[in-house]
Design a protein around this ligand. Structure first.
Ligand code: SF4
Length: 634
């Protein structure tokens, strides 16, 4: 993920150690850090044979792990399905030798099953071809002519897959490749013998390009390599599998963490907080409502934490797991986070009553019905609410949490639990600074447009027979960067932006394709571009926009900021005190100018992949929602 440059204050919360240290500590200490894996060798004798624990009914197939404190059995990278066709002893042997971290679920059996499906499909296709050629041969013999018959040894029935993962997981790529090859070979011995297959059944390519997020899924690159399947690790399925140009399997790589420790840390911290409030204000406060959120790796840890925190005999908190659909419940992206209410429904409110209230736009909670969070816009109890809300976030960095903080400036307390050092910290974000910087960038872009507009008017007045070249020099040039990293760049959004810019007077634009946006790249266009717009990762502008164009100080806007700049949508939140050259009160022919703050109560949007996102988002309108990639299928 992209690192933030907006340094925010961070205070460590003093945490009492849990009463009992769990035995299930992940040995990792950073983003996907694990013990160095050793290459698998067939001759290595396993040190100890692991017990195979069969999953009970309802458990996820393919070795997906729960987020409870109990470790996933069956070897690092996921347990084995009973009906997977993989020999359990061999599976344990391969997994043990692979030395993959046992806390990580790489969904090995699911992957093997998917590969085997493709393999079977190829074998079936080949059988059909062979039957046809045999018929042709028979016909040719009858006719006295010659026919070319394909033999199995000359026909390729191997499957080619691509593995794509964030950098923190790349160290496992070759090990995963080895594990998959061994298990695929072992589960297809019959096919190999039957069809005299002498070549490798599975070939694996590792995609080494940078992978920031779920938006970077590189099915197009994998197809170019001639792959039959792409396995994307570490992110949720932002690009639906029916839209990818080759079959795609998403492996979330869920991580088993010490949930009881997390819950106890949080509880101790809240007790301290309540004690402080009692001392300072003399009034006892109620326990806050807890919103549980995190990155996709901790999806099941969130569910387990909710169960523990709700336990009436121990912690007894009101807890909910919000959801920004189509993301999973509790899942947050760096650019997409649910909008929460700071005054959640009180415990006395019945679920039925809650249903009658207005549901928060774009958010929902997963799981039980009573988790659904509603907001009542006419609720006059907002100032007297007995319970305030806090966010408990599970992640090993701040990037995703910042997305939740940006979209929820009204929530006072954010706690982040980092499962590797097992620390709970209170986090904050400098909203004012971020918004000032971003609004200043928008103001600069408007100023550029106005400056060019004035220049054009003067030129027009001076010379009625103005040449096209001098006319062009009076245009404000927008450079539109379409990100080519995976699926970051959205062509539908590009068209929308181009259309909008084309309707503005004295504005010209061009499109630049780029996998990465760097200051040195933008510097190559010095004096040629007045405003950059990037359709890649919106956080690039939020976190780095003010650095990207170096000394030239050319604004680098994301789609939302461009729409504000063009006065298509209003700025969300109060308007920072930025002096704007030219009028800020009147619309001119370009639609620049009057910037109302009618959306003052709304936060800076982090809804780029939300199904209810604004017109700047990836699903912002019907055209975008329905965009299909199937046309690109081979
Ligand atoms: S666009 Fe969103 S999902 Fe993609 S890298 Fe940026 S923050 Fe992450």
């Amino acid at each position: 993920m992209v690192a933030s440059t907006l340094t925010q204050t961070q205070t460590t919360t003093s945490v009492e150690p849990p009463p009992e240290e769990s035995k299930q500590q992940p040995s990792e200490s950073n983003t996907y850090p694990t013990p160095t894996p050793t290459p698998t060798t067939l001759t290595t004798k396993p040190k100890k044979v692991r017990r195979i624990i069969r999953r009970k009914g309802g458990a996820r197939k393919g070795g997906g792990g729960g987020g409870s404190s109990s470790r996933r059995k069956g070897g690092g990278g996921g347990g084995r399905d009973d009906d997977s066709g993989i020999d359990p002893v061999l599976f344990e042997k391969v997994m043990t030798e692979s030395n993959l971290p046992s806390a990580y679920s790489f969904e090995i059996t699911k992957s093997v099953q998917r590969i085997n499906q493709l393999l079977q499909l190829k074998v079936e296709t080949h059988k059909q071809t062979q039957k046809m050629t045999e018929k042709e041969q028979a016909q040719a013999t009858q006719d006295g002519t010659e026919a070319v018959i394909g033999t199995m040894s000359t026909v390729n029935v191997s499957v080619h897959i691509a593995l794509q993962m964030p950098e923190g997981l790349l160290l496992y790529a070759t090990v995963l490749s080895d594990v998959l090859q061994r298990l695929v070979m072992a589960t297809n011995t019959k096919t190999v013998i039957e069809h005299h297959i002498q070549h490798q059944l599975l070939s694996v390519s590792v995609l080494g390009d940078v992978t920031y997020g779920a938006c970077c899924v590189d099915d197009l690159g994998a197809r170019t390599l001639g792959c039959d399947l792409l396995i994307h690790y570490g992110h949720s399925c932002l690009v639906p599998i029916q839209h990818t140009v080759i079959p795609c399997l998403y492996v979330f790589v869920e991580i088993t963490i010490d949930v009881p420790h997390l819950v106890e840390c949080f509880h101790q911290t809240i007790l301290q907080l309540l004690k402080q409030q009692l001392q300072q204000q003399g009034t006892k406060k109620h326990k806050p409502h807890v919103y549980l959120l995190g990155t996709i790796q901790f999806r099941h840890a969130l569910m387990e934490a909710r169960r523990l925190l709700r336990n009436e005999d121990t912690y007894n908190y009101q807890v909910s797991i919000p959801q920004a659909k189509p993301l999973s419940p509790g899942e947050v992206l760096g650019c997409t986070s649910p909008v929460l209410t700071s005054t959640p429904p009180s415990s006395s409110t019945s679920t039925k009553n809650k249903r009658n209230k207005n549901k928060i736009s774009s958010t929902n909670t997963g799981g039980d019905d009573d988790d659904v969070v509603f907001i009542d816009t006419n609720d006059d109890t907002s100032n007297t609410a007995v319970a305030t809300a806090v966010v408990l976030f599970i992640a090993d960095g701040r990037f995703h949490l910042e997305s939740t903080m940006i979209s929820n400036p009204h929530i006072d307390k954010f706690y982040r639990y980092d499962p590797y050092p097992k620390s709970l910290t209170e986090e904050s974000y400098d909203h004012l600074k971020m918004k000032s910087i971003r609004y200043e960038a928008i103001t600069k872009a408007r100023t550029q447009m106005k400056r060019m507009s004035v220049k054009a008017t003067i030129n027009n007045n001076n010379d009625n027979n103005i040449t096209s070249s001098s006319s062009r020099s009076c245009c404000c040039v927008f450079g539109i960067i379409l990100g080519t990293l995976g699926r970051q760049g959205n062509p539908a959004l590009l068209t929308k932006i181009q259309t909008q810019l084309s309707t503005r007077q004295n504005v010209r634009s061009f499109v630049m394709l780029a996998s990465e946006i760097t200051p040195s790249k933008l510097a190559l266009f010095a004096n040629k571009v007045q405003v950059w717009v990037q359709i890649a990762c919106p956080r690039l502008s939020v976190d780095w926009g003010h650095h990207l164009s170096g000394n030239q100080a050319i604004p680098v806007l994301n789609p939302y900021e461009l729409f504000v700049c063009l006065n298509i949508v209003p700025w969300r939140g109060s308007i920072p005190n930025i002096p704007e050259n030219g009028s800020n009160n009147n619309n001119d022919s370009n639609g620049i100018g009057n910037n109302t703050n009618e959306n003052e109560d709304k936060s800076y949007p982090m809804d780029y992949y939300s199904q209810d996102g604004g017109p700047w988002s990836n699903y912002g309108d019907t055209e975008n929602k329905n965009r299909k990639y199937t046309a690109l299928r081979t």
